[in-house]
Design a protein around this ligand. Sequence first.
Ligand code: PGA
Length: 249
Amino acid sequence: MRTQIVAGNWKMNKNLEETEALLSELSAKLPDTNAEVIVAPTFVNLASAVRHLQSSVVQVAAQNMHFEESGAFTGEISADMLLNIGVTTVILGHSERRSLFNEDDAFLAKKVQTALAKDMRIIFCFGEELEERKNNNHFAVVSSQLKNALFNLDTAQWQHLVLAYEPVWAIGTGETATPEQAQEMHAFIRKTIAEAYTPELADEVTILYGGSVKPTNAGEIFSQPDVDGGLIGGASLKCDDFIAIVQAI
Ligand code: PGA
């Protein structure tokens, strides 16, 4: 089902006290909205975040997980561990995981399989690098990222997927895709899904834009017909900025 979502990816920021303070402020100030609002604190603060948000509409997601069930994988977190503390949504494929931790499409496909087997919802990130856009290769890159990690899934499994198009050159750089560039790529993503599956499925999938979304540009980006919301990094760490972005939807 196509829904509007604003999700905050906190990355490796905020200790326990800071996490709880931001969550309290966010819950108190959050206006009425039709959008789903999600935050993704670090692993060590997830359990506390879930408890803290028990009576709030704000949902909690994990920033990553491993595809193995359990075992000798030092430093990793399993799907069951997340589910056990009440986290049912996971971000997979973020460009920082891809570039800094060498997660490729095949590795991500395994994570997707595990998350789906566990009935989790996935926010699946992908997007081209600057060089790829300069070489006019961005459509080919995005379609192969989707194909390699997701196009083996059946239609029912797609109900658990949210897509997040995040051009790497726009993440944390202050450089945002123009609303036209975002719309062009989101429309291309729907066309690619329509060709691989059905136009109905392509129309139903929620597709977020991410990359330097701020209060000043969120409204224009979110008003594009194929943009259903945003995955927000830096601006999600400041309550008033994040709220303003939620209000822009
Ligand atoms: P940014 O990050 O908003 O700081 O560019 C977006 C993201 O990494 O999801």
